[in-house]
Design a protein around this ligand. Structure first.
Ligand SMILES: [Zn+2]
Length: 199
């Protein structure tokens, strides 16, 4: 075998014996260009990664439906006891584009994507109605608004809000600029996203 596996096989063996104990959970998009392990140069066992279309966290809703995102969150917080959760959005996100223009390619509403992205429909409608902004500006704005929205939804989960209140869990936002390879970090106080050299 070639690639990363031979170099890391020892690490996999010890992880298999001892189990995983990642301290950070990343919520990222499925987009092939926004892979958290590559962006953070993380090895096996370091990051607990949840990826879905548009890196969204839905609100807490224990209603008997199928909630893969909430299940992963519950496991990370209650079993792995991660110390931080990072919601990482990215530029040129197709899911966000679909939320802004429900007729757009490549993501048509389909059977599932339209429903999933309707989580941010109110924000998408507000951003879409801003004729002062260009299409690119609207896209970037909604990408960042959706990160703040997901962080707010994280706090609707009792397990998250209780541990955050005790100082045992911290929530963060980040936005990856695919075109430059820069990771912008959300300022916790203002919600603004700051370039790496400014943060
Ligand atoms: Zn995306």
């Amino acid at each position: 075998m070639s690639g990363r596996y031979p170099a890391e096989s020892g690490r996999y063996r010890s992880l298999a014996r001892e189990g995983q104990a990642p301290e950070t959970m990343i919520v990222a998009c499925c987009d092939s260009r926004s892979a958290p392990e590559a962006i953070f140069d993380a090895g096996p066992g370091e990051l607990f990664v949840l990826r879905n279309v548009g890196n969204l966290v839905p609100p807490y809703a224990p209603d008997g439906e199928f909630h893969s995102t909430s299940a992963a969150l519950e496991f990370a917080v209650q079993s792995l006891k991660v110390k931080s959760i990072v919601v990482m959005g990215h530029g040129r996100c197709g899911g966000i584009r679909a939320a802004l223009d429900t007729n757009s390619a490549p993501l048509s509403p389909g059977d599932f994507i339209g429903k999933w992205m309707s989580l941010i429909a109110p924000a998408a409608e507000t951003v879409s109605s801003s004729t002062f902004m260009t299409a690119t500006e609207r896209q970037t704005a909604l990408e960042r608004i959706s990160i703040r929205y997901s962080i707010a939804n994280l706090r609707t989960f009792p397990c998250v809000s209780i541990l955050e209140g005790k100082g045992r869990l911290s929530l963060h936002g980040a936005w990856f600029d695919i075109s430059t390879g820069e990771l912008w970090v959300m300022n916790k106080d203002t919600g603004d996203f700051e370039r790496p050299e400014m943060a």
